[in-house]
Design a protein around this ligand. Structure first.
Ligand code: NAD
Ligand code: TDX
Length: 332
């Protein structure tokens, strides 16, 4: 593999993946293909220009995406509308980008006989009870709750059908909640860090008992590279790092790491249909492809992430007011 197309490569996880590949595969050329929505930012991939190019276009644009796929060896497909709260209020962009956009990509990789790795989420499996010893496995039935997760589930099913019916060389990964640098401040962890930096209190939805299975974005990147290079065509792999934490504990830890009183947060309206718990069993990826997460010390990963937001105020500040205005309308 010499040339890869990374859709959504100017977003949070995509840009971390681009940096990872730039470092780990010095002979690869990377073309980022990104519409630069509110969630995409050119600055996320700056400084890599000798081996990374940027094409600003929509994955739903048949001509543009077709030409980009034709000039590369493989596509890693991160581009999506990614925020659950947005999907509850404006679902159409989710249907369009996540389902129609993935359809366009599949038709093009089919035509040009290219390899595709599709990035997805553990949310396609729905949620688990707090006291359930079970975790999601690749055999867990799909049962998505929100417009976001249902459109991601739809995109996964399209990929599976194109692999089976047309022999498209596809793999899929479903990963748990990522954290790390360059994450948009609408998301849970960066929202709380930047609220504290602005002198306000963190905001916990509902009781705060909901559990997420946190993984550092570097570990997501290494999992994706393993699957891209060694994964079996047609297979689905789950990526997770045994990082279950409830939201209340995460908020308390952020407050403690930022030198504040642990109880200095507020409860706000809950998210409608709020999934209770996610948990990933990544043993297939570990056993079959010898993958292991490295950044499993959540406290130190969180401390590094806090430091990144403290040092990169110019990156997030321009988005802060508009993001909080959106939340204000929702009472969250
Ligand atoms: P993000 O919202 O930060 O980035 C999405 C990127 O896609 C942005 O750069 C945006 O400009 C681009 N994009 C959106 N619509 C587009 C379109 N129509 N055409 C071209 N580009 C478009 O999202 P993220 O958190 O980095 O998530 C990336 C992928 O990983 C998504 O597929 C998401 O479902 C998946 N995922 C995310 C998480 C998580 O915790 N954030 C966990 C598991 C899986
Ligand atoms: O201010 C907040 N307060 C709060 O309690 C926000 C923004 C969120 N929350 C809660 C809701 C969730 O239980 O924190 C948890 C995490 O919320 P999000 O960051 O919105 O993530 P989530 O809904 O879990 O989805 C994320 O992980 C799976 C990503 O956004 C998805 O793209 C990915 O597929």
């Amino acid at each position: 593999m010499q040339k890869i197309l990374v859709t959504g490569g100017a977003g949070f996880i995509g840009s971390n993946f681009v940096r990872y590949i730039y470092r780990e595969r010095p002979n690869w050329q990377i073309e980022v293909y990104d519409k630069l929505t509110y969630a995409g930012n050119k600055a996320n991939i700056s400084g890599l220009e000798d081996r990374v190019t940027l094409t600003v276009a929509d994955i739903c644009d048949e001509q543009e995406i077709g030409a980009a796929i034709a000039r590369n060896d493989a596509v890693v497909h991160f581009a999506a509308e990614s925020h659950n709260d947005n999907s509850l209020h404006h679902p159409w962009p989710f249907v369009k980008t996540n389902i129609v956009g993935t359809f366009r990509i599949l038709e093009s990789v089919r035509k040009h006989n290219k390899r595709i790795h599709h990035i997805s989420t553990d949310e396609v499996y729905g949620d688990l009870e707090l006291d359930d010893p079970a975790k999601f496995t690749p055999d867990t039935p799909y049962n998505p709750s929100s417009p976001y997760s249902s459109t991601k589930a739809g995109s996964d099913l399209l990929v599976r059908a194109w692999a089976r019916s047309f022999g498209v060389k596809a793999t899929i990964s479903n990963c748990s909640n990522n954290y790390g640098p360059y994450q948009h401040i609408e998301k849970f962890i960066p929202r709380q860090i930047t609220e504290i930096l602005e002198g306000r209190k963190p905001k916990l939805y509902g009781s705060g008992e909901n559990v997420r299975d946190w993984i550092h974005t570097e570990d997501h990147s290494s999992g994706v590279l393993s699957i891209l290079e060694k994964g079996k065509i047609g297979e689905t792999y789950l990526i997770g790092a045994n990082g279950e934490e409830n939201n209340k504990n995460v908020v308390e830890l952020i407050l403690e790491l930022m030198g504040k009183n642990k109880s200095d947060y507020e409860h706000v309206n809950d998210r409608p249909g709020h999934d209770l718990r996610y948990a990933i069993d990544a043993s297939k990826l570990m056993n079959e492809l010898n993958w292991l997460p490295k950044y499993t010390d959540f406290k130190s990963g969180l401390a590094d992430t806090i430091k990144w937001y403290e040092e990169n105020e110019a990156w997030w500040k321009p988005e802060k007011q508009a993001t909080e205005e959106k939340y204000k309308e929702l009472g969250r």
